[in-house]
Write a protein that binds this ligand. Structure first.
Ligand code: ADP
Length: 491
């Protein structure tokens, strides 16, 4: 099925309750990664536009009704946002598939409903929150209040645009803060709708602002230094996190970062391969491997290495790579030319490092209209040396490395021998081993005999260079609230 465009979308900024153009009439274009057709012209926020958005968010916070509104009323409006998203589910999922190049069914079945649930979850969760009391004998009573912090800059990446943005926007709004949002320059479409959806849901003007633009020396950087911004919640690359932390330091903004990963997916000889193989395939190739949680280092016990490699290769070769708008497609293209070049450079590196190519490693055969798409086959290497660059660096594409190991100790050592610590996966039927490994792998989330199962109350985030802070339930609220102590003299 060929995705024929009826129009090139014009994407404006949403500031203080209305769509506005770039103040200097600056625009950039976005391409469909499956075909390189131009799909959108985007207004780029100038420094003056970012300033306007941040000041609008500040004014809405200070004077506006939002933070003073009863929680039940605020939560109802946030839930309404989620409902509108679900009413527009098909349109939004189409946009996400077009912009990112991800298969439409994944956007429709999983990501858009989850993006909506991120909002309802935090709206409901906030209504359940209380505070503490700390009585001091009979003389004084302390009690706590959890108050909003102020203006949040929410900066998100291109791999799961709407889902990752609402994951921040939900708790941000539920706690009574106001927001300036910037999606990634490659994927502005779905996030650009959040301002109008908020307005339609009855959220006051200035509470949700959406700007568009690039990172360094552009809109992103202006947000992270703006004096009206109190906090930055960011998901993206580790190097970008370092830059943002430096620029946020001068104005002492609080930061919450979810950064890169290089998850170990450890398969022991007692694992159930009927489950381990298909789930490891999803963990490796979902969203073309452009997921920070991707199980990109598959550690396999040597006694089952051949059996695993055979089954894994067969399953990878069976994936249908193609048009993201086609419901039979399992894997689409990479997001951009620049990213395609980066991922492809690892094919050369793998060769130089002496890795064994098991599957993929080239462009797939595709119908003519996809000839310019940024496509790469699901690619598998076996590499004995865990120090090799393909075992250490985040490739963020459909390229996985299988690393053999002999003992549990060795598996643990290899798993922890990385600068990242976002998540890990363990496949074993041995209960004690499952717990032992889970306790000793230095990562924020360990999935045992499963992958990417998320309870939104649970903490999510990374150790080491994979992040700062945690998101999810009360962990998100810790970031988006100020805890205040009030001490009353009783006598
Ligand atoms: P990814 O490669 O996953 O997009 P990036 O870290 O490059 O990761 O980008 C994630 C988000 O961070 C994007 O919205 C991007 O525009 C933004 N960004 C990049 N550099 C900066 C920066 N120096 N300051 C603020 N935001 C930035």
């Amino acid at each position: 099925m060929k995705q024929t465009l009826t129009k090139v979308r014009e994407i404006k900024l949403f500031i203080n309750g209305e769509y506005v153009e770039s103040s200097e009439n600056k625009t950039f274009t976005v391409k469909n990664p499956a075909t390189q057709e131009v799909i959108a012209t985007v207004h780029e926020a100038t420094k003056a536009d970012v300033d306007r958005a941040c000041r609008a968010a500040r004014a809405a916070f200070e004077s506006g009704p939002w933070r003073m509104m009863p929680v039940s009323e605020r939560s109802a409006k946030i839930r309404r946002m989620a409902e509108i998203m679900m009413e527009r589910r098909e349109e939004i999922a189409r946009m996400e598939a077009l912009d990112v190049g991800k298969p439409y069914p994944i956007a429709y079945e999983r990501e858009i409903p989850r993006a909506a649930y991120n909002l309802t979850f935090f709206a409901d969760f906030m209504e359940q929150q209380g505070g503490e009391t700390f009585p001091m004998d009979e003389e004084y009573l302390n009690y706590t209040r959890y108050e909003p912090v102020g203006v949040a800059a929410l900066i998100t990446p291109w791999n799961l645009p709407l889902m990752l943005t609402t994951w921040k926007l939900g708790p941000c709004l539920a706690a009574g803060n106001t927001a300036v949002i910037k999606p990634a320059e490659h994927t502005p479409m779905t996030v650009s709708l959040l301002g109008e959806i908020a307005k339609e849901a009855g959220i006051p003007d200035g509470v949700v602002n959406v700007i568009q633009g690039f990172g360094a020396n552009s809109a992103g950087a202006y947000m992270t230094t703006h004096p009206d911004v109190d906090m930055v919640s960011f998901t993206g690359e580790t190097t970008t996190g370092k830059t943002i932390m430096k620029s946020a330091a001068d104005s002492l903004k609080r930061v919450s970062f979810e950064l890169g990963g290089k998850a170990a997916n450890i398969v022991f000889e007692d694992a159930n391969l009927e489950k381990a193989v298909p789930t490891s395939i999803t963990a490796a190739f979902m969203n073309s491997g452009q997921v920070c949680l991707a199980g990109s280092r598959i550690l396999v016990q040597r006694s089952i290495l051949d059996a695993f490699v055979e089954k894994f290769k067969e399953a990878a070769n069976a994936l249908k790579v193609g048009d993201p708008q086609d419901s039979k497609t399992n894997m689409g293209p990479l997001v951009s030319d620049e990213h395609y070049q980066k991922v492809s450079s690892y094919l050369e590196i793998a060769k130089e490092e002496g890795a064994t190519l098991v599957a993929g490693g080239k462009r797939p055969e595709l119908p003519g209209y996809l000839k310019d798409g940024y496509y790469l086959e699901p690619t598998i290497y076996v590499q004995e040396n865990p120090q090799a660059r393909i075992c250490q660096e985040e490739i963020f594409g459909p390229v996985v490395t299988i690393i053999p190991f002999d003992t549990e100790e060795e598996a643990l050592e290899i798993a922890n021998d990385t600068e990242y610590g976002l998540n890990a996966v363990v496949w074993t039927d041995n209960l004690q081993r499952a717990h032992r490994i889970s306790h000793h792998v230095r990562a924020g989330t360990i999935w045992v005999n499963c992958w990417f199962v998320r309870d939104l109350r649970a903490p999510f985030g990374g150790m080491k260079k994979s992040g700062i802070g945690r998101e999810g339930g009360k962990f998100s609220l810790e970031f988006f609230t100020e805890s205040k102590n009030i001490c009353i003299a009783l006598k």
